[in-house]
Design a protein around this ligand. Sequence first.
Ligand code: BV8
Length: 258
Amino acid sequence: MTTPTVTTTLPDAVIDAVRGARRVLVLSGAGMSVESGVPTFRDAQSGLWEQFDPSQLATIEAFQMDPPFVWAWYAWRMQLVRGVDPNAGHVALAELAGLRDVTISTQNVDDLHERAGSSVAAHLHGSLFDPRCSECDTPYEGEIELPQEPIERLEPPTCPQCEGDVRPGVVWFGEMLPDEAVETTESAVDSLETGDVVLVIGTSGLVYPAAGYPAMARAEGATVIEINPHESEVSDMCHHVVRGPAAEVLPQLVAALG
Ligand code: BV8
């Protein structure tokens, strides 16, 4: 497998690849939202939770052991996302959809792609804003108290149907990804052709099955381009790596297509 070209600025090869692409598949991770002020999953947790590894908190076991502790973390993250805006990278992807056939599959549980005007084909790891009952799975549409500051414990809402604890609508470690999100993403990958482009933006490539999609895309003959200031577990799967932040590189890319 050829090694990727690695540049810190946007190379002509990347601009030409996107200019000539029939379709663009975007695979985004938490790095997409960093410049909006949303910390990535692996950034130091804020205060209360800093002694916890997020993948220990983001489990059904942690929630069942102490629902108010885990719910407080998610209620704070909902409040955090509600308080920030999409960044120039999200906006550039929404603009790109006016120039090319763009499909977005994201690992992110925020709604910043949507708020920038993109339609998102798949939220592989669910959404902070789709709470449901942890017992009967009924979507929860009632009031949610959002803390203005990180707090240690907050009682989750109670399901009006069965009085079970309401849980966040995210996919926890050890849980299956939503069938529809997986099917949509895998059919988008399977239908890639030579000349199509995959933009792998802001993901460490550590979490499966999402981390497997760049290699699958490359095997379909697409040109795979990573946008990430740091090396990731999927950098070697890419043809081109642009070592820069999404909110800087993506607007440059879209402007260059003009
Ligand atoms: C599954 C929602 C089948 C929750 C998330 C043992 C038992 C069970 C499963 C496993 C097991 N061992 C391994 C597994 C599989 C496991 C897994 O992959 N574990 C890893 C840790 C090894 N996967 C699962 O469990 C998945 N389910 O496999 O089901 C199954 C079931 C049972 C038994 C076996 C198999 C479910 C995974 C979903 C977990 N939920 N999120 C929540 O958010 O609270 S994952 C969570 O972490 C995020 O969604 C994100 O996708 C992921 C990674 O987080 P981050 O590292 O923060 O973000 P990211 O990776 O995107 O990295 C940030 C990147 O941004 C960095 O590269 C950085 O350089 C870059 N960046 C920074 N600034 C910028 C930037 N990029 C661009 N611009 C910038 N400015």
